[in-house]
Design a binder for this molecule. Structure first.
Ligand SMILES: *Cc1c(COP(=O)(O)O)cnc(C)c1O
Length: 386
């Protein structure tokens, strides 16, 4: 049997990449009661749980307001609509991220401009951003904003990015789809940029039982506009629509689920951190284990290794697969090389770090219910590969 090759016995239960079933077991009665209550109450759209959730989310984010919406992608798009981003405007996004970050820029006819990332944190490189802004200005284009991504759960370098933004009169929207619950210099994600967007897709650190998202802001005007935009641009009179909006509300049932999940979220973040620490202590020096920026905490949406080269990654993936250890590549192709996006501009000199790391990253199973025996097995399998 394959597992005989490894020093550590294979755990009885199959290893999950993300284990939603165990979380479900932990709080099933509470969640089921919350869902049933929402169903019985019959206020399926914008029921009281939605407003209640927004209060709780804003508390965690350290902001005056939270505005929930249908999913993380819509949350990004809603802010671009709120800011009146126009065709031809330029918005800076990292080349190494999930597609939604750039997709929403193209929605409004604007130009997603790809900026490189740092090899240590996988997050937006302020120097590459600086060069990109100069390039856009030299070309006579109109830069309007920056969407840094908090990839794999840790905040981007907002101190540097906000400074550059301020000098150039740009807004900053944090794409915190993977980092809600993390902090930077003691401040929670939500309050690190002009506006923050997040996602409650089931596999995110705080996920619901379907699609969901939210935005965080301290600005009264932005809050009012976002609330209008998510309901077709409605004004104070229900049938006088004062702007072009969309249908982007969060379902009451999803809000009810999230209210229950929020109660154990802090505890789950602690478990994620412990699992990450255990990996980093046990994996051999052949792996570059993830680095968290000084002053930052991560919620470990992913635990992502950097291998020396593509061949080593292939080898580790193969050995893991044979042993029943699931792994994933986030992300195999930088956006700047994807078919739908390669005609958009990149920083002068390109995005070499994004191109390199997309061939070398590998994510291991990560969730709050990862048992020590499973981690011991994963570590021994991975270490045996190189
Ligand atoms: C998941 C994700 C999104 C989109 O969220 P959805 O809720 O799936 O629409 C956007 N940006 C990043 C970085 C993500 O990981």
């Amino acid at each position: 049997m394959a597992e005989m090759k490894f020093k550590i016995a294979k755990p009885e239960n199959a290893i999950q990449f993300i284990d939603l079933a165990t979380q479900r077991k932990r709080i099933a009665p509470q969640i089921d009661a919350a869902i049933l209550k929402a169903v019985h109450d019959g206020k399926y759209i914008m029921g009281p749980e939605v407003a209640e959730l927004e209060v709780e989310l804003a508390k965690r984010a350290g902001t005056k307001y939270a505005v929930t919406c249908a999913n993380g992608t819509d949350s990004l798009g809603l802010y671009l609509m709120a800011k009146g981003v126009e065709p031809g405007n330029v918005v800076f996004v990292p080349a190494f991220t999930f597609v939604a970050t750039a997709e929403v820029v193209a929605w409004v006819g604007a130009i997603p401009y790809f900026v490189d990332v740092l090899e240590d944190t996988f997050n937006l490189d302020p120097e590459s951003l600086f060069l990109a802004i100069q390039d856009v200005k030299n070309k006579g284009l109109t830069p309007v904003g920056i969407i840094p991504v908090d990839l794999f759960g840790q905040p981007a370098d907002y101190e540097s990015i906000n400074n550059i933004a301020e000098e150039n009169n740009l807004w900053v929207m944090a794409d915190a789809a993977q980092s809600f619950g993390a902090t930077l210099n003691g401040k929670p994600v939500g309050s690190l940029a002009d506006i923050t967007s997040t996602s409650f897709f089931p596999a995110k650190p705080l996920g619901c039982y379907g699609d969901g998202g939210a935005l965080f802001t301290d600005c009264d005007d932005t809050y009012g506009i976002l609330k209008s935009l998510r309901v077709h641009g409605q004004g104070s009179e229900k049938y006088d629509n004062v702007r072009i909006g969309m249908n982007a509300r969060l379902d009451t049932i999803q809000a009810a689920i999230l209210l229950e999940k929020l109660k154990i979220f802090g505890d789950e973040i602690i478990s994620r951190q412990a699992a990450a620490d255990y990996y980093s202590a046990g994996l051999s020096a052949k792996f570059k284990t993830p680095q968290v920026m000084s002053g930052a905490s991560s919620v470990w949406a992913q635990y992502t290794l950097l291998l020396d080269n593509e061949g080593d990654r292939q080898l580790v993936m193969q050995v893991c697969k044979e042993a029943g250890v699931p792994t994933m590549i986030y992300y195999p192709i930088p956006l700047s090389q994807q078919t739908g996006y390669k005609h958009y501009p990149s920083t002068p000199g390109g995005v070499p770090v994004s191109e390199r790391i997309s061939k070398r990253v590998l994510s291991l199973p990560m969730h709050p219910y990862l048992e020590r025996d499973a981690q011991d097995f994963i570590i021994s399998v991975a270490n045996s590969a190189l």
